[in-house]
Structures are given as structure tokens and as C-alpha cells.
Ligand binder design. Structure first.
Ligand SMILES: Cc1ncc(COP(=O)(O)O)c(C=O)c1O
Length: 393
């Protein structure tokens, strides 16, 4: 068959988009499992809990009532109102439901916001380390992702000072996440207010990804909307509500952006998934919230177990994040190449972790997800101890 000319000369934007390195780890782990090995998965960025039963029941009911047709591009009015009600009851914040757009996951929300803001050669400030898809989406829209190196000094978060020093007249947005992936660290409301003020002064949009909202330990959950109204907020049913595969999220946007976002939503997605939206109506009930609270407490216990265990083995965790379900741990004591370390840990001990290179410039760092029950985490610690030639304490 003759080669299509695009096979030889592909659009330039594709060269800026990298695959997830962790997918290689995942494929190798799955091959080992197929060969009969018991792999402990600490690489996966999703909760191990099934979707809470009331949400599943609402989804089944929607299916059996044939609620399978397109909804409006911005989502079911009842769900937008329920989310507004959640902001009111949990955070005391009033949000007009018209400013809430339901999307296919936080991924859909990020696509809409970046499609709205980014033009060719404009710049978006991102943290390094940070969630890798963001820089790829900016590239897809022909913008320039500017990776702002952040370290333990700012708990791996962007600060108003960093925003100011990295800003120039081509900067259209700064994107932060709280709690963050891969570090789990949280921005204080005062820091969010300072970021919003710095962005406002420079006519630059602030995008706050709150996808891990609710998954915080030893502190209250919060939203940037308590301190700023003119920001873009990204959220999702994936993590706290444990609905990753349902593909449902939302964004909250300033009023001026709504007509364009709606137009983009119509063209990019037509509508968010209908059955998932009906299911999500059960996400905010007291029954579901009680299930989620029990699971949050379990995650808190796992976090302590894994952090303490890894530190005892000689991993340095400069900031044990207060949220999400990740630990960002430095393996410098054992290796100067975390990707090689992760590949060998999998091959020799059947423990899968994510190398830091997926998230930025982090040659010796690894992301450990505590998305496994405590017994499995203990098992993983023993295997890691064996791999590192140490005894678990
Ligand atoms: C920080 C962050 N934002 C967005 C996403 C996308 O999530 P989803 O599209 O499942 O809502 C993820 C997924 O891991 C994430 O970690």
C-alpha cells in the first residue's frame, strides 16, 4: 500500500506531544500478570474503590428508563444546579449554575478552556513537576507551554512571585492544581488569592484544577472560588467521586467566557455522556457522601503507612502532600535514573511505580500512588526493601 504523505511529514504539533512513559510500565506490568505474576500497582492514578453503589444504581435506572439521548452541550440543568448546590453547602460559595459546564472528564474541561484562551505562540505557565497532558494540550492549540520549575520551597506549587517573574506580554494563562498531581500538595487559600491577584493585574487567566478536591487529609477541603470569582475552575467526578471510567467532569467559568465555551463544547463533544450525568445526580446525596468519607479516611491511613514505610527505607519525601493519593519520593539514595529504577523494580519485584520523567525534570523522583489496600502497600514495601537491599522497619 502506498504511504500516505502525512506518514512522512506529520503536522509539527505532534512532535511536541509525548506518550506517557508510565504506559510502558503498565504494558510491561500487564504482560507480567498475563504470565502469572502478582504485580502490585502503585503507578495507577485512579482510586481502587468501585463507584459508590447509589451512583451505580442511578446509572442503571437511567439506562433502563432509556435516558440515552444527547443532553444540551453544557449538560443537564439538574446536574449543573446540583453542583452549584454542592459549592453552596460545602464551601458557602454561591455559583450561578449557568457558569457551570459539564464536560467529558476534567480532560474535556481543560480542552475547552485552553481552546478558548490559547492562540499560536501565546504562553501558558505550568508547574514542573505537573500533570503532563496540560503541556501537550497547550502544544495542540499551537501555544507554548512554559514549564516553571517548582520545588519543596513552595511545596512544588506556583507562587504569585513565580507567576510574576515568568510572565510576559504573550502569557495568556497560568495553570495550577490543588491538590496537585504528582505531589499531592495543596495551595492555601491565601496563596490562591495572591495568584489570582497577580494574574488579574497582568490580564492573564488563572486556571485552577481542583480535580482532587475532597481528597485531603488533616485539613478542610477548599475551593479557589471562596477567594476569587474571575478564575477558571476545573473539576471532575473521576477522583473523589470515583467515577474515572464514566468520563464526567465540569468547569466553572467567568460569565464573559460562557458563549464561546458553549460553542466549543457543541463542536468538540456535542454533549457530555448522558447516562453518566444521570448517575452523577446521586453523587451529592448524604448516602454517597458518607461512603466517600469512609474511603477518604482509608486513604488517609494508607498515606501515613506508605510515607512512613518509604522514608524508613531511605526515600526522601520533601513534602508529604496533604491531598490526592500520591507521594513524590526521591530515590537519589539508590539511583540517578528513576526510569531505570522503576523498570527494574517491576521486572525483579513486580511492583509498578511511575518514573518522575512523566511529570517534568525529575531524574531521581518517583510517584507512588496509594491506590491499594493497606495489606498490598505493606507487601509492596517489603518487596521494595528487598530490591533496595534493606529490611523494612
Ligand atoms: C491533575 C489532573 N487533571 C486532570 C486529570 C484528568 O482527569 P479526568 O479527565 O479523568 O477527569 C487528571 C487525571 O489523572 C489529573 O491528575
Amino acid at each position: 500500500m502506498p504511504q500516505h504523505r502525512f506518514a512522512a511529514q506529520r503536522p509539527l504539533r505532534l512532535s511536541h506531544i509525548e506518550p506517557f512513559h508510565v504506559m510502558r510500565i503498565l504494558a510491561d506490568a500487564q504482560a507480567m500478570e498475563a504470565a502469572g505474576h502478582d504485580v502490585i500497582h502503585l503507578e495507577v492514578g485512579e482510586p481502587d474503590f468501585p463507584t459508590p453503589a447509589p451512583i451505580v444504581a442511578a446509572g442503571i435506572a437511567a439506562l433502563s428508563q432509556h435516558k440515552t439521548f444527547y443532553t444540551g452541550a453544557c449538560g443537564l440543568p439538574e446536574l449543573r444546579a446540583a453542583i452549584a448546590g454542592f459549592y453552596a453547602s460545602q464551601f458557602g460559595v454561591t455559583v450561578d449554575p449557568a457558569r457551570i459546564i459539564i464536560t467529558p472528564g476534567a480532560s474535556g474541561a481543560l480542552q475547552l478552556i485552553l481552546a478558548l484562551l490559547v492562540e499560536r505562540d501565546t504562553e501558558v505557565l505550568l508547574t514542573d513537576p505537573g500533570y503532563p497532558c496540560n503541556r501537550h494540550l497547550v502544544s495542540l492549540f499551537e501555544g507554548k507551554p512554559v514549564n516553571v520549575r517548582v520545588g519543596p520551597g513552595s511545596r512544588y506549587q506556583m507562587t504569585a512571585d513565580l507567576l510574576t517573574t515568568n510572565w510576559n506580554k504573550n502569557t495568556v494563562a497560568a495553570l495550577v492544581a490543588s491538590p496537585a498531581n504528582p505531589t499531592g500538595t495543596v495551595l492555601e487559600l491565601s496563596e490562591l488569592a495572591a495568584l489570582a491577584a497577580a494574574a488579574r493585574q497582568r490580564d492573564c487567566a488563572l486556571i485552577v484544577d481542583e480535580i482532587y478536591q475532597g481528597l485531603v487529609y488533616g485539613r478542610p477541603h477548599e475551593t479557589v472560588l471562596s477567594v476569587a470569582d474571575d478564575v477558571f475552575v476545573v473539576n471532575s467526578f473521576s477522583k473523589f467521586f470515583q467515577m474515572t471510567g464514566w468520563r464526567l467532569g465540569w468547569l466553572v467559568a467567568p460569565e464573559w467566557a460562557l458563549p464561546d465555551l458553549e460553542k466549543l463544547a457543541q463542536n468538540l463533544f456535542l454533549a457530555p455522556p448522558t447516562v453518566a450525568q444521570h448517575a452523577a445526580l446521586a453523587a451529592f446525596t448524604p448516602e454517597t457522601l458518607a461512603i466517600l468519607e469512609t474511603r477518604r479516611q482509608e486513604l488517609a491511613a494508607r498515606r501515613t503507612l506508605l510515607a512512613t514505610g518509604l522514608q524508613a527505607l531511605g526515600f526522601e519525601i520533601p513534602c508529604v502532600g496533604d491531598g490526592a493519593f500520591y507521594l513524590w519520593a526521591d530515590a537519589a539514595r539508590f539511583t540517578d535514573d528513576a526510569s531505570d529504577f522503576a523498570a527494574r523494580l517491576l521486572a525483579e519485584e513486580a511492583v509498578a511505580v511511575t518514573p518522575g520523567v512523566d511529570f517534568g525534570h525529575a531524574p531521581t523522583l518517583l510517584r507512588f500512588a496509594y491506590t491499594q489496600p493497606e495489606a498490598r502497600l505493606n507487601g509492596a514495601l517489603q518487596r521494595i526493601a528487598h530490591f533496595c537491599g534493606r529490611r523494612p522497619s
